[in-house]
Design a protein around this ligand. Structure first.
Ligand SMILES: [Zn+2]
Length: 145
C-alpha cells in the first residue's frame, strides 16, 4: 500500500494528532535514495513492532523471493511528532538504498528536530506527490483521446 511521504497517517481515523507516514513505498512511485547512517538501521531494528497483524507488505522491488513484512514501527521525536513506518522500511534501506526524509532520520537518532523546517519538508513531500498526480492526470487524459 502506498502512502505519500510525510502525509498524515491514513490508517488512522484520529485526525487530531500529528502523525506522519514514512516509507510506504510502491513500485509505481519513485523514492529517494542515498546513504543512510547504519546507526539508524540498527535503531530501527531495536524498536518494537506494533499493529502486527494488520496485513502483509510484500517488497515490490525484489525480483525473486520478495521480502515480506507485517507491522509498523512508530518513532516519536523530541517534539512529540509521531512517524509511522512499515517494518519493511528496514529492508528498503538495506536492500534498495532507500533514504527516508531527514526529519525521520533525526527522530530515529533522537536528535533534536527544532532546527528542522518541518513545514518545509512536508511541503516538499506534498509537492512531489502533487507533481506525480498531475503526471498521472495528464497520462489519463492522453489515453482518452
Ligand atoms: Zn526488496
Amino acid at each position: 500500500m502506498y502512502i505519500p511521504e510525510l502525509s498524515n497517517y491514513s490508517y488512522s481515523t484520529r485526525q487530531a494528532e500529528e502523525q506522519f507516514s514514512v516509507g510506504w513505498l510502491s513500485e509505481d512511485h519513485e523514492f529517494t535514495t542515498g546513504h543512510v547512517n547504519p546507526m539508524v538501521v540498527s535503531r530501527l531494528k531495536e524498536l518494537p513492532i506494533v499493529n502486527k497483524y494488520r496485513g502483509f507488505h510484500i517488497c515490490p522491488y525484489c525480483e525473486d523471493k520478495p521480502a515480506m513484512g507485517n507491522g509498523e514501527i512508530h518513532v516519536i521525536d523530541a517534539d512529540g511528532r509521531k512517524f509511522v513506518a512499515p517494518t519493511m522500511i528496514i529492508h528498503y534501506i538495506e536492500a534498495h538504498n532507500y533514504k527516508p526524509p531527514n526529519i525521520f532520520l533525526q527522530a530515529v537518532m533522537g536528535e533534536p528536530t527544532e532546527d528542522v523546517d518541518v513545514e518545509n519538508e512536508v511541503k516538499e513531500a506534498m509537492a512531489r506527490t502533487m507533481a506525480e498526480r498531475v503526471d498521472s492526470a495528464i497520462c489519463g487524459r492522453s489515453n482518452k483521446y
